[in-house]
Design a protein around this ligand. Structure first.
Ligand SMILES: Nc1ncnc2c1ncn2[C@@H]1O[C@H](COP(=O)(O)OP(=O)(O)O)[C@@H](O)[C@H]1O
Ligand SMILES: [Mg+2]
Length: 257
């Protein structure tokens, strides 16, 4: 684990590691993500919720996909499965051809750490750490032992989101838009192939949203697969492809009519 010593917050955000052999330019290959007849059930008995039902979804490396749907439609459940944070109740989920259900927790964590950068609505920054130290965290988890290297890489990630000059600020000293940009820097510092963003603009003003979406657009243009989860058609329009979900089912593709 990282030696982030004095912080007592728990890191709700999954952490990301160097993509190594996978790189970020593996477009035009076999589907990155294949879901076949996926179901997710929460609870038991009378309180059972079918959060996902018969979901079929294929995403190719390099796509920019928006998963769209109203609150409660199953978007976050789908994101958790896509991000290997949770497993489906039934059906098949292949990531890079690996059947995720066959992997144990350690293997799941490794895939998650190597391949995926997460961005959440609530930012999930550690309040007691500076922006730079927040961005360094995933590198610690990835086993980058050199302090100097962690610091340099965090600074370049912060530079990429336009916040190098705020590196020493804590989250409370930053605007919501800036906090989300720090979270994006943290997601990209290990160069994951996939960026999974769940309502990344949900807590932001219009202007801040524009900046955050421009960054996601740039990450996609740089070769990453971007999966953007949103209830907002204007946000979804940034993606080249929109997948609509309702009541746990994929009901169609394309912008909402
Ligand atoms: N941990 C959970 N336990 C029980 N029900 C859940 C849990 N997480 C989500 N749900 C239910 O599953 C459905 C889909 O939720 P969610 O995936 O969060 O939707 P969205 O992100 O689109 O708002 C909702 O009915 C929600 O109440
Ligand atoms: Mg949600």
């Amino acid at each position: 684990m990282a030696d982030h010593g004095d912080d007592e917050d728990t890191l709700a955000t999954p952490v990301i590691v160097d993509t190594g052999q996978f790189g970020t330019t593996d477009r035009d290959k076999a589907p990155l993500i294949q879901m076949h007849s996926l179901w997710k059930t929460y609870g038991m008995g009378a309180s059972t919720v079918q959060a996902l039902q018969e979901v079929d979804l294929t995403i190719t490396a390099g796509e920019y996909v928006a998963i769209m749907g109203q609150s409660g439609s199953g978007k976050s459940t789908l994101m958790h499965i896509l991000g290997c944070l949770d497993v489906p109740s039934s059906g098949r989920f292949l990531l890079d051809g690996h059947n995720v259900q066959d992997l144990d927790d350690t293997e799941l964590a490794a895939i998650r750490n190597e391949r995926i950068g997460f961005v959440f609505q609530q930012f999930h920054l550690l309040t007691r750490l500076s922006a730079r130290r927040n961005v360094e965290l995933p590198l610690g988890y990835a086993g980058v032992t050199s302090k100097r290297e962690r610091s340099d890489r965090a600074m370049s990630a912060l530079d990429a989101v336009g916040l190098a000059d705020r590196a020493d600020h804590r989250p409370s000293e930053l605007s919501g838009g800036q906090q989300q940009r720090v979270a994006i820097a943290r997601a990209l510092v290990t160069e994951p192939a996939i960026i999974l963003a769940d309502e990344p603009t949900g807590n932001l003003s219009r202007e801040q949203s524009t900046e955050v979406l421009a960054l996601l657009d740039a990450l996609w243009a740089g070769g990453r697969t971007v999966i953007l989860i949103t209830h907002d058609p204007g946000v979804a329009a940034h993606a080249g492809r929109q997948v609509r979900v309702q009541d746990g089912r994929v009901i169609g593709e394309g912008a909402a009519e």
